[in-house]
Write a protein that binds this ligand. Structure first.
Ligand SMILES: [Zn+2]
Length: 156
């Protein structure tokens, strides 16, 4: 998975993700749901609006990795102090974008923290997909907290 671009809009950040021409679904990786929840227990509280408000934990059995990315980024923001009411959306249109491209939109209350969450989510999701050791969530979250703090100070 590669983050192709990140754009900050006034109301959301949009990350364009490239997963290659045969994007895996989460069902292809055994134990993914359990490992995701172990890493980020708060994911158990997420619901998916596009899926009639079903819990994310049900969706995780078989969904796009970009969708997991969306929720991981939101959860990282929440852990760093963003409100849990922020929402995200994952879309794709392979008539217009190359196959395997996903567009993930994230609402934010702090744009810089959101950008940091995109970066953190990309390394976490990559490790979940590859079955490799995940980066430390605590380290990512504490750096996002610092970003929020400094962002506030700079803006007075
Ligand atoms: Zn969802």
């Amino acid at each position: 998975m590669r983050v192709d671009s990140v754009t900050v809009h006034t109301d959301r950040v949009e990350a364009v993700l490239a997963f290659g021409t045969t994007p895996l679904r989460t069902s292809a990786v055994e134990g993914l749901r359990e490992r995701s929840l172990e890493l980020l227990p708060g994911l158990a509280r997420h619901r998916c609006r596009h899926a009639e408000g079903r819990p994310l934990t049900e969706e995780l059995a078989d969904t796009e990795f970009a969708h997991l990315f969306e929720h991981v980024a939101l959860e990282l923001m929440v852990l760093a102090g963003s409100p849990r009411t922020l929402t995200g959306e994952t879309r794709w249109d392979w008539d217009h974008d190359p196959k395997g491209t996903f567009r993930v939109s994230l609402q934010y209350d702090d744009d810089l923290a959101c950008l940091g969450a995109v970066k953190g989510a990309s390394s976490i999701v990559r490790s979940l997909a590859d079955g490799t050791l995940s980066p430390s969530v605590d380290t990512i979250v504490s750096s996002l907290r610092d970003v929020r703090l400094h962002d506030r100070e700079d803006r007075g």
